[in-house]
Design a protein around this ligand. Structure first.
Ligand SMILES: Nc1ncnc2c1ncn2[C@@H]1O[C@H](COP(=O)(O)OP(=O)(O)OP(=O)(O)O)[C@@H](O)[C@H]1O
Ligand SMILES: O=P(O)(O)OC[C@H]1O[C@H](OP(=O)(O)OP(=O)(O)O)[C@H](O)[C@@H]1O
Length: 212
């Protein structure tokens, strides 16, 4: 049976394509793709779709894609009914709490304001600590928000730490480590067991030395 795979475009795209190519998949066309969004594998019976991170989960939830490659950050933020099959050990980064030096929101008493692209992750983190938090949803350049006084701190992704450093922010806590995951639709997992096991085996073979 054929497989369909939703790939998150953007930061995870290049590493995903390299990983699949190394595993022997015919994904060359994605390296020089222009604006095309659907690709047929040149070796296997697989179709790939390029989608935004949140949409990757939506396509797999609905079974339109059997498989998805998506960041753990997106999985933690969104309700999903998929199985998480494999940590791909790429797209490695962390969720952190950060803010202006000497203004740690975790040490503040009473009401605090936190800016984030990830309101659900943020809410869970502060609720566990019993803190009174107001979450301000921001869509990008989250580091700007405490600088401009919109909030007391942020919950965001950090990889190299450059964006925080170059904007004079410091890390006050790590929420959790993150990396890209292979997810699968529950029905596909039963119906296409052989194809999915083969994909898993192929990927595992080329990631023995990988780590986050
Ligand atoms: N700095 C980073 N380092 C490593 N991985 C990251 C980093 N930022 C994001 N990611 C991972 O890559 C995924 C896609 O991020 P990307 O920035 O390409 O898309 P996005 O968050 O939808 O933003 P945009 O709206 O700019 O497209 C994220 O969900 C996360 O798993
Ligand atoms: O630790 P670093 O290596 O500096 O990476 C962290 C940055 O990367 C992500 O932003 P992205 O580049 O996706 O842009 P955005 O602000 O538009 O979300 C994240 O939100 C941080 O801003």
């Amino acid at each position: 049976m054929s497989l369909s795979i939703a790939l998150t475009k953007g930061r995870l795209e290049k590493q995903t394509v390299e990983r699949l190519a190394a595993a022997g998949y015919g994904i060359e066309a994605l390296k020089d793709k222009g604006r095309q969004l659907v690709f047929q594998d040149q070796v296997k019976d697989i179709r790939y779709f390029l989608v935004k991170a949140n949409d990757c989960i939506t396509y797999v939830n609905h079974g339109v894609a059997d498989i998805g490659v998506v960041g753990k950050d997106t999985l933690l933020e969104n309700m999903n009914e998929t199985y998480e099959l494999l940590d791909l050990k790429m797209g490695c980064c962390k969720f952190i709490v950060a803010g202006l030096k000497d203004k740690n929101p975790l040490m503040k008493f009473g009401h605090i304001k936190i800016g984030t692209k990830y309101p659900n992750v943020c809410r869970e983190y502060f609720q566990k600590r019993g803190m009174d938090v107001e979450i301000i949803k921001i869509d990008g350049s989250v580091e700007l928000a405490p600088i401009l006084g919109l909030c007391d701190g942020i919950v965001d992704i950090m990889e190299t730490g450059s964006t925080l450093r170059e904007n004079g922010l410091v890390v006050f806590d790590t929420v959790c480590d993150l990396s890209a995951r292979l997810i699968v639709n529950k029905a596909s997992f039963k119906l296409k067991q052989a194809e999915i096991s083969q994909l898993l085996e192929d990927l595992k073979k080329v990631m023995e030395d990988e780590s986050c």
